[in-house]
Unconditional design. Structure first.
Length: 672
């Protein structure tokens, strides 16, 4: 009986769905969960039990695809979640009858055996029927709580009774902002001055309890935050200690703070206030760290019972915020705290259920109340930068769902038949006619980014030295150059696995072997472990003890420990950048928490920027490939984008938008 499903003959387990569940990557546990849940209808209705289990399975499938709900009027139409389960005509008829019964009152649902499984809003049942949609109870609770908290912040108005004497007046904000604008940063001979939309965003952030700013990369979101901090420092309304910068990933958090510091350091004639701000710039951290996540207890320390002390919370890369994390953040805020959410609503939605930034950007209520600022200008890819302008045009076309024609259209990307023809400027498409040509591209990519004459020396065939206070000064300088080089280029993939040799796992194995050969060619020592000296890596699991977080990137380097005049023998360690300093950890201490990063998925690249990006398309169109994924991948690049794959697969991705089924916008705009 090994390998067979043991089920009662009286209540036949839906074994016909096993292969479909595997195909949808749901896991058999989802099917067993749905079957167990269906037992609540009772043992007298085996046919009803099968129908309920199919509907419960559809809700679980919807959640894995990021939806918070299942709109029932759409579920018997083409393209629905139920259609993915490939149910037969008999099941469809039974489902139609069940869905028709859900709007009935509680007594009627009880009469047909559904009351134990399905309940209305406010009931405690596994599945909730509300607003013509079906929810898993968890997501119905989260969606209602998040929507209520957002609506309260959107609709907040300063009182007229004088009880809030500490609230800023518009005239005070205007005066401080004008003082900031008169001494804007100077970068490459050009003054970085906020435009009208950006100035409005600064004002809104100080006048309300919630402000949402959405714009593509390069639209000036960091400039808004930098000048917002300068305005706050002038007003002395909030101490700098009451301000916090956060992001979903450590890399994104570090990047926004580093950008702010560069912005402040570029002020030609800084005032005493600006100098003090530069020296005491608010720290940035992941949202999990800000909220005090405890892995042992699997909960956050901060909540409505223990709120955050900060009065101004600024969160970057909020397109990555799922419903559950948004709920935790909102519950941890004090009622009078100000929340500024920044991001790009057109990027990939979060991995888990929900798309809060996109829902907010679609809310008429948020727009009407002036809580939503949509940035339209781009300052990264300026017109005088032809390569940047081409990237911007390509990203705009993708975002509009327009397939970028290969030939004849103005501004269309260059199509190359051979890797040698690539210029790595602007946007190029390399369409390999066979697998061998794809390998030729990878050789070309590797050689291009390993051609630096300083690279062998920077890898230090002897070692870097880390003491109790960190690395030595010369090592610090070399590490900075090395990290700048490695962070200037990245291969991006649609998935980790499969994808006909185009997944990041496959590419990382290939690059590992080629890297070993490169080390031998340059007389550098190889490592016997799974990763060699000089290979990039990325953290894939949070380690709160070491303060390493999912998405942090590092490099394997030879490091020796220094204690007084004693130096240990060098060993391969994972080195990570922390602001202007670096930290090293033995690879054994990170076992199971990292993976190679010659190539990473587009999801892992969110919150990062590179000079050169190559996007490796799968051999055939697969479900994760979408318009948002392509747009996110392209907008990671500052200088060049190479799309490697067939025109047909690229076109299918462009024409497949990601739509998250959610009720947040509906609730915000209904006011109910």
């Amino acid at each position: 009986m090994k390998g067979k499903l043991l089920v009662s003959p009286y209540f036949p387990f839906p074994t016909d769905l096993v292969e479909k569940v595997k195909e949808l990557d749901l896991g058999l546990e989802s099917l067993f969960m749905a079957w167990d849940l269906s037992a609540l209808v009772g043992e007298k209705e085996p046919n009803l039990r099968r129908t309920v289990s199919i509907l419960a399975l559809a809700c679980l499938l919807a959640a894995t695809e990021g939806h918070t709900r299942l709109p029932l009027q759409d579920q018997l139409t083409s393209g629905s979640v139920l259609e993915q389960l490939a149910v037969n005509e008999g099941d469809r008829e039974a489902l139609f009858q069940l869905l028709t019964a859900l709007p009935l009152c509680s007594e009627q649902r009880e009469a047909v055996g559904l009351a134990a499984v399905f309940g209305p809003a406010g009931a405690y049942r596994p599945l909730i029927y509300d607003r013509d949609s079906l929810y898993l109870q968890k997501y119905h609770l989260l969606e209602g709580r998040v929507s209520a908290a957002l609506r309260e912040r959107i609709n907040w108005l300063p009182p007229d009774d004088g009880d809030h004497a500490a609230e800023l007046k518009p005239g005070q904000i205007d005066e401080a902002l004008q003082d900031v604008l008169q001494n804007s940063p100077l970068v490459a001979g050009k003054t970085i001055r906020l435009d009208d939309e950006q100035q409005l965003a600064v004002k809104r952030a100080l006048e309300g309890r919630l402000t949402v700013v959405s714009g593509r990369p390069g639209s000036g979101k960091t400039a808004i935050v930098s000048d917002l901090l300068r305005v706050v420092a002038r007003l002395q309304h909030l101490p700098l200690e009451a301000i916090v910068l956060a992001a979903p990933t450590g890399k994104a958090a570090d990047r926004i703070r580093a950008s702010i510091i560069r912005h402040l350091a570029a002020i030609a004639n800084p005032s005493e206030v600006d100098r003090r701000l530069l020296e005491n710039c608010p720290h940035a951290q992941t949202l999990h760290r800000l909220l005090g996540y405890s892995p042992a207890e699997e909960r956050f320390r901060h909540s409505d019972r223990n709120p955050l002390a900060e009065k101004l919370v600024i969160v970057d890369e909020t397109s990555m915020l799922d419903l559950a994390l948004t709920d935790s953040l909102l519950r941890a805020l004090q009622p009078d705290a100000k929340l500024l959410l920044l991001g790009d609503a057109d990027q990939l939605p979060p991995v888990d259920a929900g798309a809060v930034l996109r829902d907010l950007c679609r809310s008429k209520q948020a727009e009407t109340q002036g809580r939503l600022i949509m940035l339209k200008n781009s300052y990264r890819a300026r017109e005088e930068d032809s390569a940047g302008a081409k990237i911007l045009a390509f990203a705009t076309a993708l975002n509009s769902g327009e397939y970028p024609h290969m030939k004849g259209a103005p501004g269309a990307p260059e199509v190359c038949a051979e890797p040698a023809a690539l210029t790595f400027a602007g946007v190029e498409i390399f369409m390999p006619s066979e697998e061998l040509q794809k390998r030729d591209f990878m050789e070309c990519w590797l050689n291009r980014h390993l051609s630096s004459a300083e690279l062998p020396a920077l890898l230090h065939s002897y070692s870097y030295h880390q003491g109790s206070t960190g690395f030595e000064d010369q090592d610090q300088q070399d590490l900075k150059l090395l990290f700048e080089h490695y962070e200037s280029f990245k291969l991006l993939c649609v998935t980790r696995v499969t994808a006909a040799g185009a997944g990041s796992d496959f590419l990382n194995r290939w690059f590992h072997q080629r890297w070993l050969a490169w080390l031998r060619d340059h007389g550098l020592p190889e490592s016997a472990g799974e990763m060699a000296v000089g290979e990039p890596l990325i953290v894939n699991r949070n380690d709160y003890r070491l303060r390493l977080y999912n998405g942090d990137s590092g490099i394997v380097l030879p490091v020796s420990s220094v204690s007084g005049t004693t130096k240990s023998l060098p060993e391969p360690m994972a080195v990570f950048q922390r602001g202007d300093s670096f930290s090293a950890y033995p690879l054994q201490a990170l076992s199971g928490r990292f993976e190679p990063a010659w190539a990473i998925t587009v999801h892992k690249a969110q919150g990062s920027e590179y000079d050169d990006v190559a996007i490796i398309l799968p051999g055939t169109s697969i479900r994760p490939l979408s318009r948002e994924l392509l747009y996110t991948a392209v907008t990671r690049a500052r200088r060049s984008v190479v799309v490697v794959g067939s025109a047909a697969v690229l076109e299918e991705g462009v024409l497949r938008p990601v739509e998250r089924l959610s009720g947040v916008t509906e609730i915000l705009d209904s006011g109910v």
